[in-house]
Design a protein around this ligand. Structure first.
Ligand code: ZN
Ligand code: ZN
Length: 943
């Protein structure tokens, strides 16, 4: 069987269809992965990379003492399967294949994906021949040619890709960890740093600084309007921008009739046809049509996979000689562009245009098959049309303009007007995306006198440099050698998702600015493009087999160590700086209680988070928030109209954000419900309390009754009652929240089942705290929507929880409590029903310890403590028992459960009771007792 391995499922299907050549092709699913078969050939698609590199185990803990951020630099890397089903299917098929062709995309990334597949194949089948098909478009011509001229994998090219993968992992992971830990940020809030990402962000930050520090300068411009026949003509002063207002005013005042035509210059200008699309010029052109860089790439890739255009990741702007342009034109003819194609066929330029960059991997982006709007949809069709028309434009003749420049003189001041007329539209005929605006001037005669209709004197200001649009940024990244044609748009998308930049054109956020400025100050190699350019150059050398992957990675690691030398010596300063400067990110607005403090979200170590006042401890106002595991609290831009506070949102990876809204509105409404349960309060009184910023039962409990009586306008005894009731309510609330917390720890969150609803429904059944839960009727829990399994877990958990609490109060250490609970001892009473030796046996603890604990438990229950048996006595007893025929070590362990540890206790035991407790048959016990008695009697006789 011949196996074909394509980069994606969709390309596998297209390739199989093409190679089947009309023969029957079947599609089957194996473990959810499509397998295409025709004749003796099978094709499957990967999902891009099916393995990824990661550090070997032992580096997962960010706070580890040994695996520090710096340790990641030299950590060993391993490959881990990310698409397990595809990997095992590939290996299964490889075992039975007698020839395998790798048909991944033809570029560094594709070669690396191919090499990864190769390694997986080799692990499953040592001998099967593996070759490589390379193509730039999934068309029948290219595919057929590629498969009939299959070559070898280019391991040097793949190595270059691997080097980049390792360097990216190492730089990204170590620096991200370092900066995040220094700034004490974790979870959702980490500060990511990356090899390409950080220099790119630095460009955006630097541009913003230029804009901020830009000082606009005023300038003035002069122009006039005259009339020639029926045509209005505008002429500008030849001085251009006047920096000096007085000078401009003088020129304006000197401008007087008549306006004399002094010169006319006619000429022609060639307007070159555009060059073929590479990835960057394509993204820029697509941006003009309103497509974001990421979107443009996604659509182009889709069109490529479906065979409509060639591979869209290319740096090449020169069509290779082998490209059959006439063939393509012919193939494209049956499409909505038939007329344009026909025009090109008739008017084609001798040689297609060419850009500055020529590489051998892929041709420039060009169409490969005809398509209609119906086939592609409204989103993709304009992109297809753009690519097709660009292709036609590169084959079209240049356009020619006739230009005309007229010079005027008015009172000694010179003015000029320029015009342009399209003589030969050339490529503009087929490419409407760049405007060809004509300005047609009437015919003038030198020496002719005209009248000035109006003069205009405009005051203007110089403008700061523009912010980067996505496509401008991609162009700039390319100029600086940052990233590759395949990754640039992804890097920008990452900066957006990390909340480092926002908007289009792109603006840095506060965090983005602070991180870059800290890095620039302490380790600017990370923010400068130089390092990344060096790596790109080194990758070229790997491709040309002039350097090895190991060598390049080693050099990069050394560079990173140098950066760490600087970073580590300034760790505290960097951390403090980032934290202090980003504090603003967490502030919400003025404190409603003290009015002068500022409320801000606070994150503590662990997952506690709350909103507190900057005047703490003078102002203790605070609002609790759910634990960070339910979402990391961040501020949003929305502001509460009533309270002037920013809204709060909880964000969690992989989950929809939880919008809390105005934290104060939330605080009030969630507490109002429990205040309404306080019998001595009425809604009216609650309103009065709220107006005095008393929102919770605990707020009430803290007030003095005379003050409360005054603000609520109630008698003193009523105020006292309210305070008392609030205390009771707090206790109830504490129990309820403890119960809810307990529930959260024991039953999984599920859609449509809220913990507070469960807690409420249990409360109405009289289950209001954890001890009650431990004694609850399972049926009640089941009717509150808790499953059978969860019910028994919950009850056991509640019993263990209560047991742990009481044992702890008694003074038993946590480690022992755990063992008692595991042995099924849930209360002091249960503890006392058992023999200490039996407990020691069951828990594996030493009898000494158990006796000590038994003393504590009995004291708590006011009972006499059991008599302690010493270790030596136990050893001696054991010897005695072993001497009795038929008693084994195993039996001794069982007997100890019944409190039998020597001949004496054996003889005095009640056989039936001992049998139940030890699990040894009563008959055996009776037999042992008889033997023991006999031994004892004999011993007496011997005496
Ligand atoms: Zn305050
Ligand atoms: Zn509010």
């Amino acid at each position: 069987m011949r196996l074909i391995v394509a980069e994606k499922n969709i390309s596998a299907r297209r390739i199989a269809e093409i190679l089947a050549g009309g023969k029957k092709m079947t599609e089957k699913k194996d473990a959810g992965v499509s397998v295409y078969t025709f004749g003796d050939t099978t094709a499957i698609g990967l999902r891009g990379h099916v393995v990824e590199i990661d550090f070997e185990p032992g580096y997962a803990n960010w706070r580890s003492e040994t695996a520090t951020p710096r340790a990641l630099i030299d950590a060993k890397t391993i490959k881990v399967a990310t698409e397990k089903r595809i990997v095992s299917l590939l290996q299964k098929l490889a075992r039975h294949a007698d020839r395998i062709t790798i048909a991944t995309d033809f570029d560094t990334e594709g070669e690396l994906i191919g090499k990864e597949a190769f390694e997986l194949i080799r692990a499953a089948n040592k001998n099967v021949p593996v070759d490589r098909a390379r193509f730039s478009a999934i068309t029948s011509q290219e595919i057929t040619a590629a498969f009939s001229h299959a070559t070898d994998l280019d391991f040097a090219l793949a190595s270059a890709g691997e080097a980049r993968q390792i360097v990216d992992l190492v730089w990204g992971a170590s620096l991200t960890r370092f900066i995040s830990l220094a700034a004490r940020r974790g979870g959702q809030n980490i500060l990511s740093v990356g090899r390409v990402q950080s220099p790119t962000l630095a460009m955006i930050v630097d541009r913003e600084k230029e804009i901020a520090s830009f000082v606009p300068e005023k300038y003035w411009q002069l122009s006039l309007v005259t009339m020639k026949g029926d045509d209005k003509v505008e002429a500008r002063h030849t001085h251009g921008r006047f920096r000096d207002k007085a000078e401009a005013e003088l020129a304006r005042d000197r401008t007087k009739d008549p306006l004399v035509v002094t010169d006319m210059k006619e000429g022609t200008k060639i307007d070159r046809s555009p060059s073929p699309f590479d990835t960057t010029t394509y993204i820029v052109a697509a941006a003009r049509l309103g497509y974001s860089a990421a979107n443009a790439m996604r659509i182009a890739e889709d069109l490529y996979m479906n065979g409509f255009i060639s591979y869209p990741r290319t740096d090449n702007t020169v069509y290779p000689a082998t490209l059959d342009i006439s063939g393509i034109l012919k193939a494209l003819k049956p499409s909505p562009f038939a007329k344009d194609i026909e025009w090109i066929q008739k008017n084609r330029r001798a040689v297609p245009t060419r850009g500055k960059k020529s590489s051998t991997d892929h041709p420039p982006i060009h169409p490969t098959a005809p398509a209609t709007r119906q086939m592609l949809g409204d989103d993709a069709f304009p992109i297809y049309e753009l690519v097709l028309r660009r292709f036609l434009a590169t084959l079209a003749p240049d356009a020619t303009w006739q230009t005309l420049k007229v010079l005027f003189n008015a009172g000694g001041e010179e003015y000029t007007a320029t015009g342009g007329r399209l003589l030969e539209p050339g490529w503009h005929t087929v490419y409407p995306f760049s405007e060809a605006k004509e300005t047609i001037l009437p015919v003038f005669r030198v020496g002719e006198n005209l009248q000035i209709l109006s003069k205009s004197f405009e005051e203007k200001e110089t403008q700061p440099p523009a912010r980067y649009t996505q496509s401008k940024l991609i162009q700039r990244m390319e100029e600086l050698g940052l990233g590759t044609k395949s990754t640039r748009h992804e890097v920008i998308a990452k900066l957006v998702s990390r909340k480092y930049v926002e908007g289009n054109p792109l603006r840095p956020t506060l965090v983005g600015r602070v991180v870059i400025e800290s890095l620039e100050q302490y380790a600017d190699t990370i923010t400068k493009p130089d390092m990344t350019q060096t790596l790109e150059a080194h990758m070229q050398l790997i491709k040309q087999k002039q350097r090895t992957r190991e060598d390049v990675v080693k050099e990069s690691r050394e560079m990173l160590h140098k950066a760490f030398d600087q970073l580590e010596s300034h760790e505290r300063v960097i951390g403090d700086e980032i934290r202090n400067r980003t504090a603003e990110e967490m502030t919400l607005g003025a404190c409603p209680v003290c009015k002068t403090g500022t409320l801000a979200i606070k994150h503590l170590r662990g997952s506690t988070q709350f909103i507190g006042c900057s005047h703490y401890p003078d102002c203790t106002f605070n609002i609790g928030l759910p634990l960070a595991q339910w979402g990391f609290a961040v501020r949003t831009d929305e502001v509460c109209k009533k309270h002037g506070l920013n809204f709060v949102r909880l964000v969690r990876k992989g989950a929809r954000p939880w919008d809390i809204g105005c934290p104060l509105c939330h605080h009030i409404s969630s507490n109002r419900e429990s205040l309404l349960e306080i019998p001595s309060l009425t809604p009216d009184l609650i309103d009065k309390l709220e107006s005095r910023h008393i929102f919770t039962a605990s707020d009430i409990a803290k007030t003095e009754s005379p003050y409360l009586a005054t603000i609520l306008d109630v008698p003193a005894d009523h105020a006292q009652r309210i305070i008392r009731d609030a205390g009771t309510a707090m206790e109830l609330l504490r129990k309820r929240s403890e119960c809810r917390k307990f529930m959260r720890n024991h039953i999984a969150p599920r859609k449509g089942r809220s913990y507070s609803v469960i807690v409420k429904s249990l409360a109405s059944a009289g289950i209001r705290d954890i001890p009650a839960l431990g004694k609850a009727d399972p049926a009640v829990l089941r009717s509150a929507g808790i499953s059978e399994k969860e019910t028994s877990d919950l009850i056991d958990g509640a019993r263990a929880h209560c047991a742990a609490r009481i044992f702890k109060e008694i003074g038993i250490p946590a480690i022992s409590i755990k063992k008692y609970i595991e042995a099924g001892i849930f209360s002091p009473e249960e503890f006392c029903t058992m023999q200490p030796l039996q407990i020691a046996e069951k828990t594996g603890m030493s009898p000494d310890t158990v006796f000590r604990h038994a003393g504590l438990v009995c004291k708590h229950l006011n009972r006499p403590a059991p008599v302690k048996i010493s270790k030596t006595r136990i050893e001696k007893g054991k010897k005695e028992l072993l001497a009795i025929r038929g008693i084994t070590e195993a039996m001794i362990r069982k007997l100890s459960s019944a409190g039998i540890h020597d001949t004496e206790t054996l003889l005095s035991a009640d056989p039936r009771d001992a049998a139940t407790r030890s699990g040894i048959p009563e008959a055996t016990i009776l037999n042992c007792q008889a033997l023991a008695k006999k031994r004892l009697d004999n011993a007496v006789i011997e005496l």
